[in-house]
Design a protein around this ligand. Structure first.
Ligand SMILES: Nc1ncnc2c1ncn2[C@@H]1O[C@H](COP(=O)(O)OP(=O)(O)OP(=O)(O)O)[C@@H](O)[C@H]1O
Ligand SMILES: [Mg+2]
Length: 535
């Protein structure tokens, strides 16, 4: 692998890379950095957690002229959390050069953003809805933008951002450098690329299997009613450092987070109905380890990079293979190993096999963890915690009492009692979750939903032509914290194309929600889709 010295980057950029602890480039970086430095348009595809952000971030900060007082680059991301995270990485890469970058996303005070924009950032990282908002208010001008990057472009299309992206790109001068990145590249991306990229190089470092190789993948077949018990046993048995649990709907996430808290786990939920403040808080707590279980809808499936995530658990099977790949890709990142468990109800087995087929990866079946295994796992954890304290020498003040007690009592009994205390009793709280409908295996009759109905047709990995639109889509949450409430909630709050953006006029409403308007004229109403899938 190439070292970063070999790319001919500016010393200040190299220094930033070194400070970030990167020694060698990853394969996608090695391939794309030279092309991007030549100004070639490109489509970059590489497995989750392999450094795509720096693959576009490094050449971008390298080429920015810091004397410029105008927006010269635009990065678009599907979710707010991702915009914040990408902005942080760009900030780190550009700090020695003194690059000014700014994240722009819905849910954040627009006046604050307008103030920050006055500082003339060179790079804007935003979600399409809020970006368009600023463009309409003329607080963002794109006349001087020379570089555009679309991160997770397929997701932005799925969320119904096509029109917004088109409107935004139509305002960027045609003389520009455009790059598009994702771990998965469904067929519709080709269409977008044709429209907006000029003679792009397709850089793919996807080997035979699309999911990251360092993820140990397993599934457990169980009934809906067994899921919660299985989850808590799994958490006890595996003792994750940090875990992300994916649920299908907002209701599911709320119920699950609450249930886990009742059982004594440090868990919180993340979905698009929360206010931006709540979302930021949950992410902050998860990143700093004050909670160790994040329960989330697919809002957390894409791009999020939190170090220490050892486990991903699909409490509900994801709707499609892309979603599966991105969800489990929250672990096994940057050369670290990870474990992904997926719960599958008997009626969903065919759908699981479909995911295996498309991702070209066998997912091993494992038995339900037994109570004995869970208890054993918890005890092991306690032992590890004790040894940790002992090795770190932070227990000196207890030594006197320990000696006294050991003179009076048997050492094995003493230690066992202390361990029992530390392990804690499981709180036996009755948990009842609202059941979710199983995901049906794809049948030919659904094909009609993909052929020609969305831009470029459907097509996961170009081999099936089938794709669903009804998954728990969200990105922005839209309209502060209550966008979801305008949808019928009998589905538990699935976040159909819940949008980013805020404060636009009501005449825009249809467009805003990506649901009733003519955002994608080729689509049939979502309602029918929901019926098709959920019955
Ligand atoms: N050359 C490198 N050496 C070491 N670590 C790196 C290198 N490049 C990136 N990383 C780190 O790897 C992690 C994953 O990177 P990143 O989030 O860019 O992955 P990604 O390919 O965009 O994944 P996803 O498909 O999930 O969005 C980050 O923590 C990043 O800082
Ligand atoms: Mg990424």
């Amino acid at each position: 692998m190439k070292t970063f010295q070999e790319f001919g980057l500016e010393p200040k950029v190299l220094r930033a890379i070194t400070e970030m602890g990167f020694e060698e480039s990853t394969p996608i970086q090695e391939k794309t950095i030279p092309l991007a430095m030549e100004g070639r348009d490109l489509i970059g595809q590489a497995q989750t957690g392999t450094g795509k952000t720096a693959a576009f971030g490094i050449p971008l900060v390298n080429k920015i002229n810091i004397a410029e007082e105008r927006i010269s680059a635009l990065i678009m991301c599907p979710t707010r959390e991702l915009a914040i995270q990408v902005a942080e990485e760009i900030e780190k890469l550009g700090r020695f050069k003194g690059i000014r970058s700014l994240p722009i996303y819905g849910g954040q005070d627009i006046v604050k953003q307008i103030r920050a924009l006055k500082k003339k950032p060179q790079i804007i990282i935003g979600t399409p809805g809020r970006l368009l908002d600023h463009i309409n208010r003329k607080t963002i001008k794109l006349d001087d933008v020379r570089t555009v990057i679309l991160d997770e472009a397929d997701e932005m299309l799925d969320m119904g951002f096509m029109e917004d992206i088109q409107s935004i790109l139509s305002l960027v001068p045609e003389e520009r450098h455009t790059m598009l990145f994702s771990a998965t590249m469904p067929a519709n991306i080709q269409k977008l690329a044709q429209q907006f990229l000029s003679n792009p190089e397709h850089v793919s470092v996807i080997p035979k299997q699309i999911s990251a190789p360092l993820i140990d993948q397993a599934y457990i077949e169980l009934h809906e009613k067994q899921k919660f018990e299985a989850l808590s046993r799994l958490l006890d048995m595996e003792a994750p450092e940090l875990a992300i649990i994916f649920g299908r709907t907002k209701r599911r996430v709320d119920e699950l987070a609450e249930a886990l808290q009742k059982r004594g786990y440090a868990a919180e939920g993340l979905h698009g109905d929360l206010s931006q403040n709540q979302r930021d808080n949950v992410m902050r707590k998860f990143r700093d380890g004050s909670i160790d279980v994040l329960v989330a809808t697919d809002v957390a499936a894409r791009g999020l990079d939190v170090s220490g995530v050892t486990h991903v658990i699909n409490f509900d099977l994801p709707q499609d293979p892309e979603s599966y790949v991105h969800r489990i890709g929250r672990t096994g990142r940057a050369g670290k190993e990870g474990t992904a468990w997926t719960f599958v109800t008997p009626r969903e087995i065919d759908h699981l096999h479909f995911i295996e087929k498309v991702t070209r990866h066998r997912i091993n079946k494992k038995p339900l963890p037994s109570l004995a295994e869970a208890i054993e796992g918890k005890q092991k954890m306690t032992a590890e915690r004790i040894l940790d304290v002992m090795q770190n020498e932070t227990h000196a003040e207890f030594k006197g009492l320990a000696i006294q007690m050991l003179e009076q009592y048997d050492s094995v009994n003493l230690l066992a009692a202390a361990m029992k205390l530390l392990t804690g009793e499981k709180k036996e709280v009755e948990i009842e979750l609202t059941p979710e409908e199983p995901i049906r295996a794809r049948k030919k009759k659904f094909d009609v939903r993909s052929s020609g109905r969305r831009v470029g047709g459907g097509g996961g990995y170009g081999n099936s032509g089938e794709r669903r639109y009804d998954r728990d889509r969200q990105g922005g949450g839209g309209y502060g914290n209550n966008s979801g409430s305008r949808y019928p909630r009998k589905d538990g709050g699935r976040e159909y194309g819940s949008r980013d953006g805020e404060g636009r006029s009501s005449s825009n409403r249809n467009r805003e929600y990506g649901n009733g308007g003519n955002r994608d004229r080729s689509r049939a109403p979502r309602k029918n889709e929901e019926t098709l899938v959920n019955k």
